[in-house]
Each structure stands twice: as C-alpha cells, then as structure tokens.
Ligand binder design. Structure first.
Ligand code: ATP
Ligand code: MG
Length: 388
C-alpha cells in the first residue's frame, strides 16, 4: 500500500491537438509547486496525475490547491488489485472516518469504476460485495445510495485506488499556456486580485511596481515584493520590475495643473508598462481598476488613461464592488499584506481636487509641458529587477 494524491484536471481536455502542450505545462507547474517537498514524485497516467512519496500530506494538498488547471484532488490508497486488500483498506478508511467524525451512525455508498476489464469483478459486483462486507464489519454504517455522507470510491486501473474525499482546487488553466501579460502591481488590495484572475486563465505574469523613494519607504517596496511572492504560490515564479517614479511625479507636480496630476501620472505608468511589456514579450497590461472606485477611475478617467497606450489593457475587476474584491483578496491570501499601512506613490502627490471628467486634449497639452520620453527612458534605465 502507498498513499498517493490523485489529481484531476479539467478545461485542458477541451484543447484538442494542443492537449499534450497543456498537460506538459501543468505537469511542470505541479512539480514547481511541490519543489520544497523532499523526494516527491509526480507521474501521469490515463488523463490523471499522481503525487507519490511524500511525508507531509497537508503541505502537498495545500500546494496543489493553488495550481491553476487542477480541478480537484483526492488523497487515496494505492493498492494491488486484490479484493481482499481492497476490503482491508476500505475498512481502514471507514474506521478513520468514524473516528474523525465521531458519529454514531454514518451513511455510505461504494462507487467503483473498472478501467481494467481484466479485473474479475465488474463495478456492480464490487459495489455490492464491498458494501456488504463493510456493513457486516461496522454496525454504525447504513447504505444511502442517494445522499450518502461518505462516498467510497474504488478505481480499478493499473493499480486499485481507494478514496473518499474530493478537495476542490483553483481550476482555471495552467499558467504559461495563454501567453504573458504585465501586471501593474501596487501595494493595494485590487491589483494582486486582478493579476490572480488573469493568471488563472493560464497567462504568465510579469509585474511592474512604481516606487517613489524617498516619499515611499523601503517597507512599502518590501510589501509589494511580498505580494508578488504570494502570487507566485499560484504562478510558480514571477519577475518584478521596480521602477523609480519620483522624478516623473516631481516634474509633473512642478509643471502641470494640480487637478490633472493623478491622470497624468497614471498615463506615465501605462506607458512605462507598455515598454516593459514590449521588452518582455508580453501581449497585454493588467490593472486593478474598477469603474468609479476612485476619482481617476471614472469612465472618462479610464478612457483618458487608456489612450496613453496602444497595447490591450485587461481590467478583470472592472465591474466588481470593492467588497467582492476584498473577499477575493482574502480567499487568495493577499488581503492581510495589502492592508498593511505603508504609503503608496499615488498618495504622495495626490491633488486636492482631482479632475473626474478629464478631457484628452487638455491632458495631452499638459503632457507636452515636460519631457516625457526622456523621463521614461531614465526610469527604465534605473529599474530594478526582482526575480521571484
Ligand atoms: P489598488 O488597490 O490595486 O492599488 P486602487 O484602488 O488603489 O488600486 P489606483 O491607486 O488608482 O487604485 O490604481 C489603479 C491601478 O493602477 C492599480 O490597480 C494598479 O494596477 C495600478 N497602480 C497604481 N499604483 C501603482 C503602483 N505604484 N505601481 C504599479 N501599479 C500601480
Ligand atoms: Mg492603489
């Protein structure tokens, strides 16, 4: 007997001829997610993956629930195809369950699948005979074929797999199967969630953060590195470009109308991100913007910001309420870090009365007041790269 974890994957079945590519990528991502588990083995057989040879089951499960492309997992007993052995381990499972659940009575059902037709009993026979043996062994058990509390699954394949639990995982598609995008990652609540959502669709992320030293501290930079680190639990790895932004902000502050500062600044963020995307071979930008959430995110604000670049900009949170974003941030584990109270570069040069209905012609005119190209080049030249 061996304990294994059985991995099911979903949407990638839909990909027809691309399937081997998706499966290979998923396998790599699984291996990466488990790289800290000593001696662990991951194999594939008949449209499934199996994780074997680990001591810390909890750690393996936790890592796997975050790998995009996995639909669900089941910790299982892997045993030889022998009905006596199957009975023995089924009893063991029920014993554990009765102990864990502390129940006087437990309803169950056996559900078997026989992929290996050479096995002498068919699935109906296995269900019936195993069910009968368990009923005999445990007076607490009762059969319920419609809504059993415990569904004991038996799969007869190259081995016999026995399990009673199916743990839902992140779903989505394997990261790296749908190209690459640049995430504008602030220290706030929204942008990590936006990145997570796009990564879930199989897109590899490269992050960009604008840092306004000394107006923003090293701790605020550390916070963003931490957030990117949390995202790598899902994405495997990530490059984070930390772009010095102070000079641009100062130039805007000294030369442009106060009420336009936020929009102007946001346009510079987009332009720099577009150039980083070009260098990284990324096809789109991602932001955490949502309509109307703050002054710069009115519909007009978003439109004028968008005009700064020609690359597509994905805003997966565009129609989300803040409360829903916060809930999602909590689920994915970024919330606690996002709410740490370090200043953000946007809060430093925030105008007292920001324009909520900016006009593109006016904004373009203001932009002419500073030497944008040179400032962008300087910011890019001084960008720091963190590999996570
Ligand atoms: P967030 O919670 O993601 O910071 P927000 O509600 O504070 O968003 P803004 O500050 O207007 O809204 O930022 C809108 C988007 O612009 C962010 O979601 C993020 O994608 C990007 N952004 C803002 N500040 C930065 C920054 N310092 N570095 C990188 N991207 C940023
Ligand atoms: Mg912010």
């Amino acid at each position: 007997m061996e304990k294994v974890i059985l991995i099911r994957y979903g949407e990638i079945h839909l990909k027809g001829r691309n399937r081997p590519f998706f499966e290979k990528r998923l396998l790599n991502n699984i291996k990466k997610a488990l790289q800290d588990i000593p001696d662990v083995k991951v194999t594939r057989a008949q449209g499934r993956y199996y994780v074997e040879n680990y001591a810390d089951e909890k750690a393996v499960i936790q890592a796997l629930t975050r790998v995009f492309g996995i639909v669900s997992i089941s910790p299982a007993y892997k045993i030889e195809k022998d009905f006596e052995l199957l009975t023995e381990y089924s009893k063991k499972s029920i014993e554990h369950l009765l102990f864990d659940l502390q129940k006087e009575e437990l309803t169950f059902k056996v559900e078997s699948r026989r992929a290996d037709k050479r096995f002498p009993m068919d699935s109906m026979e296995i269900n019936r005979e195993l069910g009968a043996r368990l009923l005999k062994a445990f007076p607490q058990l009762k059969v319920d074929v419609h809504k059993p509390e415990v569904l004991l699954n038996v799969e007869i394949r190259e081995f016999c797999y026995l399990y009673h639990q199916s743990i839902p995982c992140a779903g989505g598609m394997p990261v790296g199967t749908n190209g690459k995008a640049v995430l504008l990652l602030s220290g706030g609540i929204d942008s990590p969630v936006a990145g997570w959502m796009i990564a879930k669709r199989g897109v590899e992320l490269t992050a960009v953060h604008y840092h306004s030293f000394p107006y923003t501290s090293d701790r605020s930079k550390e916070k963003v590195i931490d957030l990117a680190g949390i995202l790598t639990r899902y994405t495997g790895s990530m490059r984070l470009h930390i772009v010095p932004f102070t000079r641009i902000q100062q130039e805007l502050y000294e030369n442009c109308p106060d009420e336009q500062l936020t929009i102007l600044m946001r346009r510079f963020m987009m332009k720099i991100a577009e150039e980083i995307a070009r260098r990284e071979g990324a096809a789109a930008l991602i932001t955490g913007e949502s309509i109307g959430q703050v002054a710069s995110q009115t519909l007009e604000g978003l439109v004028v910001t968008n005009h700064a670049v020609s690359i597509p900009v994905f805003r997966p949170l565009i129609g989300f309420d803040k409360i829903d974003i916060m809930n999602l941030a909590q689920t994915i584990g970024t919330y606690e870090t996002s709410i740490l109270p370090y200043e953000d570069c946007c809060t430093v040069f925030t105008p007292r009365h920001p324009v909520t209905h900016p006009r593109l012609d006016k904004i373009l005119k203001s932009e002419m007041l500073i030497n944008g190209d040179e400032l962008i080049q300087e910011a890019l030249d001084n960008t720091e790269l963190v590999e996570l």
